[in-house]
Design a protein around this ligand. Structure first.
Ligand code: 5GP
Length: 242
């Protein structure tokens, strides 16, 4: 069945920013991007107008760019303004954070100044569990608690660094500094695929010239201009791809 003829059959899961539906093709799901925004493990809740539309468009374009460079992702097609067709995967319960500069929890943990350049990209692993507040783990924890195999961890970390090179260059091309971001991977019959989304919800993006924050930190820190920020990132990403 061609992906643009698919329709939603059943709601499988509703997350903080997206809803997942089973589609009429058993191997494909439909992700619906909401405007809801949360921060601090769900303690702060709000809505950002047009966020779902922007994140669907930004993520679709970025997945296509990564696929064109040989990264295997769950992306199949953009179905509508707010919907994306993705391959069905079993999410590996590890959040992979890649950092190029110090910010956020790393600044706190290490007592380092925000914005300090890291000598090389830093890959961190977190156990994806909201009830525990997504604690930081290492490979040993991931193996001991059967979150992923050695082979999967090796693959995920190698892939994360490849993805980082591509994303840093891509964002640089649209005047954005990719400070850090979160990736998720999923198991599928064709192996481990990059999954979830890549959008300003899970990335820190700073304007290269002005230093202006153009990501969800504007919501976390009440900096205003929320819709405008997501639209600006979408405008820049679209200009690069189309
Ligand atoms: P930090 O550890 O500094 O809070 O976050 C590092 C990076 O990963 C930031 O770009 C942040 O947006 C992203 N990140 C970490 N955890 C999550 C999460 O649970 N959800 C989302 N959307 N992004 C996350």
């Amino acid at each position: 069945m061609s992906a643009d003829k698919l329709s939603k059959v059943e709601k499988l899961y509703e997350g903080k920013a997206k809803v997942l539906y089973q589609s009429t093709d058993p191997s494909l799901l439909i992700t619906f991007f909401k405007d809801d925004a949360t921060a601090f493990n769900g303690q702060k809740k709000g809505s950002i107008g047009e966020k779902g539309v922007c994140n669907n468009s930004i993520s679709s374009n970025i997945f296509m760019m990564l696929e064109a460079h040989g990264i295997k992702t769950h992306f199949v097609s953009k179905l509508s303004e707010r919907e994306m067709v993705v391959k069905k995967v079993t999410i590996i319960p590890i959040e992979v954070v890649v950092r190029n500069k110090v910010a956020g929890s790393l600044a706190k943990r290490m007592g380092a100044p925000t914005g300090k350049e890291l000598p090389e990209p830093l890959v961190e692993l977190y156990y994806k569990d909201d009830s525990l507040g997504d604690p930081m783990i290492n490979r040993g924890h991931a193996k001991a608690f059967n979150l992923a195999t050695d082979q999967e961890l090796e693959h995920i970390e190698t892939e994360a660094l490849k993805i980082n090179k591509l994303l840093v260059e891509f964002f640089k091309g649209i005047g954005l500094d990719l400070v850090d971001y979160k990736l998720e991977f999923g198991r599928s019959p064709e192996g481990v695929l990059l999954a979830d989304e890549i959008s300003p919800d899970g990335c820190r993006l700073w304007d290269i010239n002005s230093g202006e924050i153009l990501d969800k930190d504007r919501f976390r820190k009440d900096l205003g201009k929320l819709t405008e920020t997501y639209q600006e990132v979408n405008r820049r990403v679209s200009s690069m791809v189309k």
